[in-house]
Design a protein around this ligand. Structure first.
Ligand code: ZN
Length: 92
């Protein structure tokens, strides 16, 4: 399997978290602004999965830095080792 770049993993994490928020908000709006238990449980699970993904899968392929403090868009180069984040080491 082709390894994904940290930028792709960041996108997956953000999509999971975004989907959770949109899912719960959508359910709330459909149900007259009341929060229901199960949709909220699903939404919280999605957000948690996104957060776990962010902190386990998003790391520098060169030095393993986890980019603490960066929550949205990753820079093109690792702030720690200056390695490229849009390419895996074997592709360079
Ligand atoms: Zn690095």
């Amino acid at each position: 399997m082709k390894k994904l770049t940290p930028k792709t993993h960041m996108t997956i994490a953000n999509v999971l978290m975004g989907a959770g928020v949109v899912f719960d908000l959508g359910d709330m709006i459909i149900n007259g602004m009341t929060l229901r238990l199960w949709p909220t449980v699903i939404a919280v699970s999605l957000v948690a999965a996104g957060a776990v993904w962010r902190y386990t899968m998003v790391k520098c392929p060169h030095c393993g830095d986890k980019f603490k403090g960066i929550h949205n868009k990753l820079p093109d180069r690792c702030p720690n080792c200056n390695g490229r984040l849009d390419k895996m080491p074997e592709e360079q």
